[in-house]
Design a binder for this molecule. Structure first.
Ligand SMILES: *Cc1c(COP(=O)(O)O)cnc(C)c1O
Length: 426
């Protein structure tokens, strides 16, 4: 598509956008003059769906009027409440409902998954993780290694970009697996890298790893709700994500977990257990022999926080109404390509995009390094915030801009670049 630089062109793209009406489903934070912020931070905390309040209030009302009977009454009884989220969550990651469970938080789920899928032996005991992984993932992996008596210096294999580069090359991952595959027990990698916005080739990495007998898990914090996923068909062993970024489910809301059916149905797999993972028919007999549910639900520990699940359900309903990831991805590619076009046209001298320029290798986010001599990246970020743009600054030197197809407009992108260009050209 041929883009143009003017504001009227952005407005025309918005008029032609079949998903434009979903913007009105969300609450936008306001500037001091009452106008909505240019919110480009959905990669950090997704906006609040207006209906989230109704869904949460409904459960508060149920609690007020029904007390404990709320577990079994109403349209959405609490007892099976997590089941109402399975189908729509599964659709977002390309799985069946029995392979997905909404539970806990992301880092907690990474640990639970590693308890099952990181079973080191004296020959095969290493974990591959990227050097610039989100710190929580690093801590989780390091502590799992130590828990098994393995020194992370020895047990942690880091994949990183080559000297002077920002992105990890697929061929370097392949070389690592070719050379050290027999010692690797687990690869834990991102779906979309949080800092650069690079999409990892989940399918190729999974195939590569599994031909060498390696288990593969993905952290989908920045991938879910952002890029299309086919976890089942790609044969991924497990995956975890949070729901407060692109899934717009509220700060600290409950995360999600995928366990491929070939594992989920295997009740003999070792795990850390809790009563909510126990067979539903006999759960309330309160007997002591643990009998896991033969689905991803078998990894649940506790009965879940319903108020948080209600907010997730509100958000997942919107994803369904929008038609799922295919139309969202279609708009997303256009929105981000438009952002790239405007940045190149208007700020090319000052801004270096470190995210891949190939749309297949990125989601909605572009990560920008500031090269303006008179202005540091941090100052530039401050200038944007002062002018009503909410976007995210990440050390050491990147401004992350995430135009989200559910609620951002082409005009948002236009106005953002207009403000950025003004700051750069001062
Ligand atoms: C956001 C994010 C987290 C946060 O973990 P929580 O357990 O949800 O606090 C972890 N890993 C990655 C890659 C993230 O992007």
């Amino acid at each position: 598509m041929q883009f143009e630089t003017g504001l009227e062109f952005a407005r025309q793209l918005d008029r032609d956008d079949p998903l434009a009406r979903f913007r009105d489903e969300f609450n936008f934070p306001r500037q001091s003059d009452g106008s909505p912020e240019i919110y480009l931070c959905g990669n950090s905390l997704g906006l609040q769906p207006k209906r989230a309040r109704d869904y949460v209030t409904a459960e508060l009302d149920k609690w007020a009027t029904l007390g404990v009977k709320g577990h079994f009454s109403g349209d959405h009884p609490w007892m099976p409440y997590h089941e109402f989220l399975a189908e729509s969550s599964a659709a977002l990651v390309g799985a069946s409902a029995d392979e997905v469970v909404v539970m806990n938080s992301l880092t907690a789920n990474l640990h639970l998954m590693m308890v099952t899928f990181f079973r080191p032996t004296s020959e095969r005991y290493k974990i591959v993780i990227e050097d610039h992984a989100f710190p929580s993932d690093h801590y989780a992996v390091e502590s799992q290694l130590r828990f098994h008596g393995i020194d992370p210096e020895d047990g942690m294999l880091l994949v990183k970009p080559r000297e002077g580069e920002e992105l990890v090359r697929q061929e370097d991952v392949e070389t690592l697996v070719r050379e050290q595959g027999d010692e690797i027990a687990l690869m834990l990698l991102p779906g979309v890298q949080y800092y650069t916005g690079q999409v990892w080739n989940i399918e190729a990495i999974t195939r590569l790893a599994q031909t060498r007998g390696i288990c593969v898990g993905f952290d989908l914090a920045h991938a879910v709700g952002n890029v299309p996923l086919q976890l089942h068909d790609w044969q991924v062993d497990f995956a975890c994500w949070c729901s407060y970024k692109y899934l717009n489910s509220g700060p600290g809301s409950v995360g999600g977990c995928f366990v491929h059916r070939r594992h989920a149905s295997d009740t003999a797999l070792p795990r850390f257990a809790g009563w909510w993972g126990h067979d539903k028919e006999s759960r309330f007999r309160m007997e002591n022999r643990f009998q896991p549910i033969p689905t991803a639900e078998g990894w649940q520990l506790s009965n879940p926080p319903i108020l948080s699940l209600a907010a997730i359900r509100a958000s997942l309903d919107i994803f369904q109404e929008a038609g799922g990831m295919a139309p969202l991805r279609h708009k997303s590619e256009k929105l981000t390509a438009y952002l790239q076009f405007l940045l190149e046209q208007r700020t090319g001298k000052f801004i270096n995009i470190i995210t891949p320029l190939d749309p297949q290798q990125r989601g909605c986010q572009l990560s920008l390094c500031c090269d303006a001599k008179h202005l540091s990246g941090r100052e530039l970020h401050k200038r944007l915030e002062d002018n009503g743009v909410t976007c995210d600054w990440r050390e050491p030197n990147v401004i992350r801009i995430a135009p989200v197809p559910l609620y951002n407009s082409f005009e948002d992108v236009y106005r953002f670049v207009d403000l950025l260009a003004a700051a750069c050209n001062e």
